[in-house]
Design a protein around this ligand. Structure first.
Ligand SMILES: [Zn+2]
Length: 258
């Protein structure tokens, strides 16, 4: 009798726990605006860093006016400016495009001596089911990381392709730091970046940016599969509402992201 009661209680607990876990969706992806809006020069948003922090301790994106690159790590958000400065951001700073998540990894690996292509192939074995989203974090030592940051734009805004012509490229050698980003499925084309979109910040928080390429000496990989996706669009329709967002800009995106 006692055994039966205990088994029943365990089952009830498990079912409750699973229902709770499902409702909580620990690995939810929260996104502000769309990548096509950024490609078309919609560089001002209403969402603040505080809003992003409320939705995730981990994330990437850019800042209003396309003022550099955004990276969120362990609950702090940083701006990597085109002049190389890295600033810890206050809650009232606004972003036009960002992707964030509360990072709860469920896949782990140790990787060594890989160029960027080999690194992505190794990650592909972990992000094996390509119908899901994944949050990716790599803490490691890098032989090289090539990053970029785009300088703040002024109105009337150019397209991202044009704005990226003024980008600063940082060649970071023998550096300790963290890669943060997301892998998104091909079917988000136009909404987010299909494939890997990764940003970098050094351990001393002095260097970083949007990763163009790199090579890893050794790193600890943590990945979270994401099964919950939420997108918020700007309330103010003056720019977002008029932008040509229903075109296929995948070639422009590829050229500007790599
Ligand atoms: Zn980026």
């Amino acid at each position: 009798m006692k055994t039966i009661l205990r088994t029943t209680m365990t089952l009830v607990f498990l079912i409750y726990f699973n229902a709770f876990a499902y409702a909580q969706s620990p690995n939810a992806l929260y996104q502000a605006s769309t990548i096509n809006a950024i490609l078309q020069g919609v560089y001002d948003g209403e969402l603040t860093i505080k809003d992003l922090k409320d939705q995730g301790d981990f994330g990437i994106g850019t800042l209003n006016g396309l003022d550099g690159e955004l990276i969120g790590l362990d609950g702090e958000y940083y701006q990597i400016k085109a002049d190389g400065q890295v600033l810890k951001l206050e809650g009232n700073v606004k972003v036009p495009f960002a992707t964030s998540s509360n990072f709860k990894p469920d896949r782990f690996a140790e990787l060594h001596d890989l160029n960027y292509e080999q690194l992505q192939k190794s990650l592909d074995k972990i992000t094996n089911d390509k119908n899901y989203f994944y949050a990716v974090r790599i803490d490691g030592v890098f032989e090289n990381v090539k990053t970029r940051a785009i300088p703040k734009q002024t109105k009337p805004y150019k397209t991202l392709t044009e704005a990226a012509k003024d980008q600063t490229v940082f060649d970071l050698n023998n550096i300790k730091g963290t890669i943060i980003g997301f892998w998104c499925p091909q079917y988000v084309n136009g909404v987010n970046v299909p494939g890997y979109h990764l940003h970098f910040i050094s351990d001393d928080r002095k260097y970083g940016g949007h990763i163009l390429t790199g090579s890893l000496k050794s790193g600890k990989v943590q990945i979270a599969r994401i099964t919950d996706f939420r997108m918020v669009l700007p309330q103010d329709a003056s720019d977002f509402g008029k932008a040509a967002l229903n075109e296929d800009y995948s070639e422009e995106l590829k050229a500007v992201e790599q």
